[in-house]
Ligand binder design. Structure first.
Ligand SMILES: Cc1ncc(COP(=O)(O)O)c(C=O)c1O
Length: 371
């Protein structure tokens, strides 16, 4: 049996809509994009959504629109995809890395002690923002994050690239901070069969600035009010995104059922399975277990046809691109420890029960053999 780590959903209606858009002769920021923005903002519960070329560019545009730049510090977890952090460098600001709590998301207690001490890190004059990541589809501890943000006057910009549709105390992630950024990369809970992203916000000014910045700094065709970029979205992918959005709640329900089946099937084995907080409705972008014997288990699963992943083997503060440029960082002990134990198991909406059971049985066999 072959079990892949993830698989984007495709059906005939989606294929047909691509052909229709090709025939429409309208390809960039047209009606499909407008409708998708409307539908996405309604889904998240914000006034606006601005489509962009990727999740990375959504974060970049928001940081720019917030005026974050040189001398500014941004609190961000180190256990995340490197693209969470790249835009902080691109606007000239500095990341201040924060360790994780038991949900794999940023630890507000440590953040509080960092903020009490004041600005830290090379070149940081003032801490300006918190960039929580709802990692693996589980929301971060937003109430504690907002308490700190209010106390210290910080923006909260949510990285929702792995958490389309997840709920924190009944609220959609991406609707709580000043803006929420999403990715449509093919493995994500909502995909457009290529790169793409969107930012959701109820702040008029941020929406308007991001709209201009993504399209050469203009509102009108030949009048450029600011110097911008080309980080636009396109009609074909918007039409795909609209159909995927209609199916998203169903996809997420299916991911939760698969997660439950894993949890039942892996019971009693010497591994830690992910635990959802009572205030969270996660969407299991990834199903991440922890084991001391991670590398041998991954090799065993591969031999049996089961694809796994590690998200992420190198935390951001240890990445070669930045590790020598960073000033002293807070203690990131949990992050550094967990990257040697985490293993992502296959999960996607159409993953069959038999395949989930096969993965569980195979993991059981591994521990029997090594026990
Ligand atoms: C947590 C997180 N942030 C940011 C990104 C960047 O998104 P994109 O690949 O669409 O630029 C990703 C996806 O790779 C991600 O998983």
């Amino acid at each position: 049996m072959k079990v892949s780590l993830s698989k984007p959903y495709v059906d005939q209606e989606i294929k047909n809509c691509v052909l229709e858009v090709i025939d429409s002769r309208q390809y960039i920021l047209g009606n499909q994009c407008k409708e998708f923005e409307k539908e996405f903002s309604q889904f998240i519960g914000t006034k606006h959504a601005v489509l962009t070329s990727s999740g990375t560019s959504a974060i970049f545009l928001c940081l720019k629109a917030l005026g974050i730049g040189p001398g500014d510090g941004v609190l961000v977890p180190s256990l995340t995809a490197f693209p969470t952090v790249e835009p902080i460098f691109h606007v000239g600001a500095s990341p201040i890395f924060v360790d994780i709590d038991e949900t794999f998301t940023m630890d507000p207690k440590q953040m509080e002690s960092i903020l009490k001490k004041g600005a830290s890190g090379k070149g940081v004059k003032e801490i300006k923002a918190i960039l929580p990541v709802h990692l693996y589809g589980h929301p971060a501890d937003m109430d504690s994050i907002f308490d700190l943000a209010k106390q210290y006057g910080l923006f909260v910009l949510e990285d929702c690239c792995q958490a389309h549709g997840a709920l924190y105390k009944g609220k959609r992630v991406g609707s709580m901070g000043i803006a929420g950024c999403f990715s449509f990369y093919p493995s994500k809970n909502l995909t457009v069969f290529g790169d793409g992203g969107v930012l959701a916000t109820s702040n008029e000014e941020i929406a308007a600035t991001c709209r201009m910045l993504r399209d050469h700094g203009r509102r009108e065709k030949y009048e450029h009010e600011i110097v911008g970029y080309n980080l636009r979205f396109n009609e074909i992918q918007a039409s795909i995104g609209r159909l995927q959005l209609k199916r998203l709640d169903g996809f997420n329900k299916s991911r939760r059922q698969i997660a439950q089946r894993y949890q039942d099937g892996l019971k009693g084995l010497p591994i830690i399975t992910p635990d959802a907080k009572e205030w969270a409705q996660p969407v299991y972008h990834l199903y991440v277990i922890q084991t001391e014997d991670r590398d041998r288990l991954a090799a065993f699963l591969e031999e049996k046809g089961v694809q796994t992943g590690i998200h992420y083997p190198i935390p951001c503060h240890l990445q070669p691109a930045v590790r020598n440029a960073l000033g002293p960082q807070p203690n990131l002990e949990k992050t550094e420890r967990v990257v040697n134990k985490i293993l992502s198991l296959p999960i996607y909406p159409e993953l069959e029960k038999e395949k989930v059971d096969f993965v569980c049985t195979t993991i059981g066999e591994f521990f029997q053999g090594s026990g």
